[in-house]
Structures are given as C-alpha cells and as structure tokens.
Design a protein around this ligand. Structure first.
Ligand SMILES: Nc1ncnc2c1ncn2[C@@H]1O[C@H](COP(=O)(O)OP(=O)(O)OP(=O)(O)O)[C@@H](O)[C@H]1O
Ligand SMILES: [Mg+2]
Length: 245
C-alpha cells in the first residue's frame, strides 16, 4: 500500500458511518473523512449545539481542541442567505442551487474568520473549510463552550461593553467587515468576550453593510443598556466608523 492509502485506511469510512450516520448524510461523512485525512480533524467528540441550519461539534485537531460547524444542506434557509452573498463581491457569482449556496456560506464564514483573526479580533481561529464543514479553534474549557452573554450574569458590564466595542472597531477598521448578526447570542464570554458566528458577515462595500452595522450597534447597545451601561448607539457607531450616526 502507498503511504496515502495507509493514511486513508486509518479513517475507516464505515466506522464513521456507524457513529455519525444517524446525524450526517453521506456526503457530509465523506467531507469529514477528507478533513481527517488532511489532519484538520483528529477526533470527533460530541454535539455541542444543534440548530435548524447548522450543528456545532467538539473534537480534537492538530493543535488541540476544535469546534466543527456543519451546515445542513437540506434545511438551509437559502432565501435568507442570498442577500448576504450576492451583495458581497467575494461571492457575487455563486451558483443559485442549494448546495452551492450552503458551501459558499461555509467558505464565507471561514474567510470572515480569517479577516477577523488577522485583525486581532477575539474570535475562533479558522483551521479548515471543505464543502459544508468548517473547522475552527474551540472557545471553552474541558470540552464545554464558554457561555453566551445571553446565558449569564456579569459582575462588570461596563468592562465587557468596552471590550466588545473595541472588537467591533477592529472588525470594521482593520478587518474591514461588518459582523451582521451581532448580539448577546453570538458573543461567548471566557477570559474576555469573543465574537462567533461570522457566516453572514460582509465586506464594507456590500450595499447593506452600513445598515447591518447599525443593527449590530443597536443590538449591542440595547443589551448593555438593559444592564445599566450608558451605551449610546450614536456614540458607538461614531467610535467605530468615525462617521456620525
Ligand atoms: N469556536 C467555538 N468554540 C466553542 N463553541 C462554539 C464555537 N462556535 C460555536 N460554538 C457553540 O455553538 C453555538 C452555536 O454556534 P453559532 O452561533 O456559530 O451557530 P448558529 O447560531 O447555529 O449559527 P447560524 O445562526 O448560522 O445557524 C454557540 O452558541 C456556542 O455554544
Ligand atoms: Mg449564533
């Protein structure tokens, strides 16, 4: 057997099917196997979160704990995804069938994470993407994800608010993207707040980038205002963009 064949034999597809066949379709199983052969996934542990459109699992990669986000092709709400793709010059020419859109969606999250991580934004480090499967560094401890802001009470909301706004500014000014779905549900709090869930993030020249940034700013300010912080959307918007609201 060639070295490649030996490597492939190590990731026995029938073993993968036995464990994960009830959850994933065959094409996803083969994608995961491909990522295993490539070394991006060494072990697949358990489901962390099962959503309508995606599932997040924990595992081990080359350099430690990983999160694996698997987008469902069949359940994708691709009408919702469309405007975030076509207005973004990186994805303007994506084919309009369901599978192409979902694959582009996963690639989009990967590319956005690359931009954000390179700009120093606190977020998962992207590791690999293939078809509908995205691999990134794991934010959590002992296989348990850090809690979402929406799920916890904080001692000091002001500090976390300032940290989040700084990250939003980095994302806009250095990464040059807008998150597009930012709220207490897409911020995990560990040693500091981390932004997650970048699939709908768009580059600044997307025609709706400004509208979606305002929505992000308003969501964040609403959450922190509820918790006693003097969070003013107009002020935050100006701080991020150097433009008036
Ligand atoms: N890198 C990560 N490390 C640890 N846990 C993660 C990571 N990414 C996601 N999670 C966990 O999975 C949950 C869902 O992730 P995410 O917000 O990206 O998906 P989603 O809301 O289902 O996405 P979408 O809105 O695109 O369907 C998070 O709230 C968090 O608990
Ligand atoms: Mg989310």
């Amino acid at each position: 057997m060639t070295r490649q064949k030996w490597k492939e034999a190590l990731v026995d597809v029938s073993e993968l099917r036995k464990t994960w066949g009830g959850i994933f379709d065959n094409s996803t199983i083969l994608t995961i196997r491909g990522l295993m052969i490539r070394g991006a996934i060494k072990e697949l542990h358990s489901v962390i979160k099962e959503g309508k459109e995606s599932m997040v699992l924990s595992g081990i990669g080359k350099d430690g704990p990983i999160a694996i986000k698997v987008y469902a092709v069949a359940a994708a709400n691709f009408k919702r995804m469309h405007p975030y793709l076509i207005g973004d010059p990186r994805f303007a020419h994506v084919k309009s069938d369901r599978r192409s859109i979902v694959y582009a969606w996963a690639t989009k999250e990967y590319k956005n994470l690359q931009k954000a991580a390179n700009a120093g934004v606190a977020c998962p480090t992207p590791i690999a993407v293939r078809a509908n499967v995205l691999v990134m560094s794991f934010l959590g401890e002992g296989g348990v994800s850090y809690p979402r802001l929406s799920d916890i009470k904080l001692e000091n909301y002001q500090n976390v608010f300032e940290n989040v706004v700084n990250n939003m500014k980095l994302l806009y000014q250095k990464a040059k993207i807008v998150h597009g779905d930012l709220s207490e549900f897409n911020i995990l709090l560990g040693d500091k707040p981390y932004m997650i869930d970048f699939s709908q993030s768009v580059v600044l020249n997307h025609p709706q980038a400004d509208e979606w940034l305002r929505r992000d700013v308003e969501n964040v300010c609403k959450y922190f205002s509820k918790h006693g912080v003097a969070a003013e959307a107009a002020q935050v918007y100006q701080l991020i963009t150097n433009k008036s609201f």
